[in-house]
Ligand binder design. Structure first.
Ligand SMILES: [Zn+2]
Length: 371
């Protein structure tokens, strides 16, 4: 099943909708149309509850989109790359490939999202005043949207990483202490604490038969893993900074032919020769690189009938780095392009290959040694 759909492009940024978003969209429409609006307003025709409910849900997600666009546009303006915005079960997320390089940049980029939400809330508030005597359903929708955008802004301003408020806090500590690692550690711990608090409140709500508690648990769990991930990312980057590509690369690799089966690659090369990465050639010319990760992402029952050429990373997708490229930059290239390996080129010649697993082993070694 496809995970997400691209629905459009705004300012050159891809807008994607994750399949989980549909679930929450239906849930929101249903809660608004069947419970929230009917409880507050008794004399609307039945279809009108659904019409206003669906429109309001759509506008909630449009608001979330504007919030994420605000982050993205500032990131673009600061020269960062924005891969896209994805709306999913718990709101929206802007995929900005790099962490900000300066405290002030992070401060601005983080703060602009909640500010956008507050501005939208204010606009809906004005709209609700205008609509007050004109149309009760439209007034109800506008007031609800003013309220939900205020909630969105306040919630996001909580000072726990990875929420916007947590990023603001991190940038302030970073600016004061000059230490990004320390700043991330503090903001991430507060974020994890907040996540546990949400999970706790969620459980209490479920015990009281309020199933919105389930959503709080989801958000808490998501925030917790994002807080831990954000912390790890900064630590990993710090560990890799100053490490050169040639310290990470594998220098010994054999060449296999493009029509070799994955099964014989495993039996005759990986297991026998204990190597993890191979050049793939066709009649003497280089076609791509295959490494252990490519094999692992293919189900083992398919190994016999799959050819190496089908699982390798083709030459066109490989972006080479030089032997003195920075380790954190190498990891970023691999992550940004979602590939498993990157060749290290010395002029026209392949000096080595770095696989994702090489980087992971390096990090593991360093953290075990505590250096
Ligand atoms: Zn935000």
């Amino acid at each position: 099943m496809k995970h997400s759909w691209r629905v459009g492009k705004i300012f050159g940024i891809d807008i994607n909708i994750d399949s989980s978003w549909l679930v929450i969209f239906i849930l929101f429409s249903w809660v608004l149309s069947a419970t929230y609006f009917p409880q507050k307003f008794h004399d609307w025709p039945r279809g009108l509850y659904w019409f206003i409910g669906v429109i309001t849900s759509l506008l909630i997600f449009a608001s979330v989109l504007v919030h994420e666009l605000a982050h993205s546009l500032v990131a673009l303006k600061q020269g960062e790359k924005v891969r896209g915005i994805t709306l999913f079960l718990l709101g929206g997320v802007a995929q900005i490939t790099e962490e900000p390089k300066k405290p002030l940049r992070e401060f601005t980029m983080a703060l602009v999202g909640p500010m956008a939400s507050l501005l939208i809330a204010f606009l809906f508030l004005i709209l609700s005043f205008i609509l007050r005597g004109i149309s009760e359903p439209l007034w109800a929708s506008a007031s609800y949207l003013a309220m939900i955008n205020t909630v969105l802004a306040v919630f996001n301003l909580f000072p726990g990483f990875p929420m916007d408020g947590g990023r603001v806090l991190r940038s302030i500590i970073w600016k004061v202490t000059g230490n990004l690692k320390k700043a991330t550690k503090i903001a991430s711990k507060i974020g994890q604490g907040f996540a546990f608090f949400l999970i706790f409140v969620g459980i209490l709500q479920i015990l009281r038969a309020n199933f919105l508690g389930l959503w709080l648990i989801f958000i808490g769990w998501f925030l917790h893993s994002a807080a831990v991930r954000g912390y790890n990312q900064v630590m990993v980057e710090a560990m890799l900074r100053g490490v050169r590509a040639e310290d990470l690369m594998t220098k010994n690799f054999e060449t296999v032919t493009i029509d070799l089966s994955v099964q014989s690659l495993v039996d005759d090369y990986i297991l026998k020769k204990r190597e993890r990465v191979f050049l793939v050639s066709d009649k003497g010319s280089l076609k791509g690189i295959v490494c252990l990760e490519d094999v692992k992402s293919t189900p083992s029952e398919k190994w016999a009938m799959t050819k190496v050429g089908e699982i390798m990373t083709p030459k066109e997708k490989l972006e080479a780095v030089s032997p003195d490229a920075d380790g954190s930059q190498v990891l970023k290239s691999i992550t940004a392009k979602d590939i498993h390996q990157i060749p290290v080129m010395e002029g026209e010649k392949i000096a080595g290959i770095i696989c994702r697993s090489d980087i992971l082993r390096f990090i593991q070694l360093r953290s075990e040694l505590g250096v």
